[in-house]
Design a protein around this ligand. Structure first.
Ligand code: UGA
Length: 472
């Protein structure tokens, strides 16, 4: 293997760690820095601080190439390219908080020691941040530092696979050596026309456009989800089945089948944060982004609609036992940020329901955020004596429950499939009352076929985790 550029990575969260491990897999030495000393000591001991399929394996495989430290100086000593992957959480105003980004900028070397160095922005930042940082470089004698925007599109739960098999790699730069160096790092993941042997497309563009590509992509995906959720709500009024509708829509190549799964709304730290950040970014420059205001509102309401549905069946929820199956914002992650379960559980408790919850992986993270729920160690335990249950996160383990056993252990029979992921016929055969989201039509002979197709589609939404393990 030819000598690969070593990289520094600031911030050992999902994006930072996967970037470091991914480039280590491609042959680079990676110097990873984080202010969290506990996280760094776990990483030094070879342990991933995150639940992310394939990551632990890469950390073990590349323990020689991956270095962890709390001192930026360690990364600066060994690398020229510093990938910045620190958090940009929303401030009280909803704008992105760039203080961690600027802390990194301010600790970079000035004068001649800045020569040949670059920061490569992986954190999601408002459009215009690159310009501001370059201005800050100039004002602080760091004008020899280069700036590259290289947004990340990985999804939690399939982050390693997404990194190693990207649809596209976006590099925003000033057509300088730093941009070339980043391109060189990504070359093995790119398609033949860009000198690679994989399938990733390359978008080499200016910095502001690269920043906007990231924000617009997340906002568009969130819009797609809110759109299908609104269609689902209309389906409930009209007797149509949103799964059928999404299937019929998705076969149009211009629409595509992905991100058309109706449910309890999108969660996670990214969509919630980035949609609101883009809306405010537009507002700050005098433009009212009406569409995104609706996307956000639809998503908020979508998490709450289930409460009314439970009330329709059970009457008052005071004193009723409701089981929540799954708590994480999506399967294959222990991340609870922005999870629909947070809103749903709080609303159920406010109505006086007793909420018993189970998640195969995110239980401890959930307990820290929602200490007043009752947590149990299996789905069946959560369902024991329940008047109703809601599938919140479509973990494979929950989809494979024995529905006869479920029906026998519950007091009531209502099961709300908050992700349209369950086998309606199997639940009904077991004597359960199935309610999906937007599944207005009664079950028909073709139902099993539509569901099987949709489940296949969900699986294809994330590249197979096994592919991640195999690496590049
Ligand atoms: C999202 C984007 O998909 C990534 O491309 C991006 O890099 C990432 O944000 C980021 O900015 O860091 P992620 O938040 O990990 O990734 O999760 P997604 O798989 O996009 O799911 C987000 C939420 O939407 C989940 O709660 C999921 O259940 C929900 N969802 C997704 C739906 O309700 N319906 C769908 O059809 C798809």
């Amino acid at each position: 293997m030819t000598e690969r550029e070593p990289i520094g990575v600031i911030g050992a969260g999902y994006v930072g760690l996967v970037t470091a491990a991914g480039f280590a897999e491609l042959g680079s030495e990676a110097w990873c820095v984080d202010v969290d000393a506990e996280k760094i000591s776990r990483l030094r001991a070879g342990e991933s601080p995150l639940y992310e399929p394939g990551l632990q394996e890469l950390l073990e495989k590349h323990s020689e190439r991956m270095h962890f430290s709390t001192a930026l100086a360690d990364a600066l000593e060994h690398t020229r390219l510093l990938f910045v992957a620190v958090g940009t959480p929303p401030t009280h105003s909803g704008d992105a908080d760039l203080s961690s980004v600027y802390e990194v900028v301010e600790s970079l070397p000035a004068g001649d020691s800045a020569a040949d160095r670059a920061i490569v922005m992986k954190s999601t930042v408002p459009c215009g941040t690159g310009e501001s940082i370059k201005r800050a470089f100039k004002e602080s004698g760091r004008e020899r530092l280069a700036y590259v925007s290289c947004p990340e599109f990985l999804k939690e739960g399939s982050a390693v696979a997404d990194f190693l098999h990207p649809d596209r790699v976006v590099i925003g730069d000033d057509r300088d050596a730093a941009g070339e160096a980043v391109l060189e790092l990504y070359r093995p993941l790119l398609a033949r026309e860009h000198g690679g042997s994989a399938s990733g497309a390359l978008v080499r563009t200016d910095i502001a456009s690269a920043e906007m590509i990231k924000l617009a992509s997340n906002a568009f995906l969130a819009t797609k989800i809110s759109f299908i959720n609104e269609i689902a709500n209309v389906c409930e009024e009209t007797g149509a089945d949103v799964v059928e509708v999404a299937r019929g829509m998705g076969l149009d190549e211009r629409i595509g089948p992905k991100f058309l799964h109706a449910g309890l709304g999108y969660g996670g730290s990214c969509f919630t944060k980035d949609v609101s950040a883009l809306k405010l970014l537009a507002g700050n420059s005098g433009y009212h982004f009406q569409l995104l205001a609706a996307v956000i509102e639809v998503n908020e309401l979508q998490k709450r609609r289930v409460v009314a549905r439970l009330q329709r069946h059970l009457g008052t929820l005071a004193g009723k036992r409701v089981a929540l199956l799954g708590l994480a914002f999506k399967p294959n992650t222990d991340d609870m940020r922005g999870a629909s379960s947070l809103v749903l559980a709080a609303r159920l408790q406010a109505e006086g329901a007793h909420v018993r919850a189970y998640d195969p992986v995110a239980q401890e993270q959930a307990r820290a955020l929602m200490p007043t729920l009752e947590y149990v160690s299996s789905a069946l335990e959560a369902l024991a004596g329940a008047d109703a249950a809601v599938l919140v996160t479509e973990w494979p383990e929950l989809l494979a429950l024995d529905w006869r056993e479920v029906a026998a252990t519950m007091s009531g029979n209502l099961l709300v499939d908050g992700r349209n992921a369950l086998d309606r016929a199997a639940l009904e055969a077991a004597g359960l009352l199935y309610e999906g989201i937007g599944r207005g039509a009664p079950p028909r002979a073709g139902d099993a076929h539509a569901r099987a197709e949709q489940q296949g589609e969900r699986a294809r939404d994330s590249v197979s985790v096994r592919a991640a393990g195999a690496g590049a």
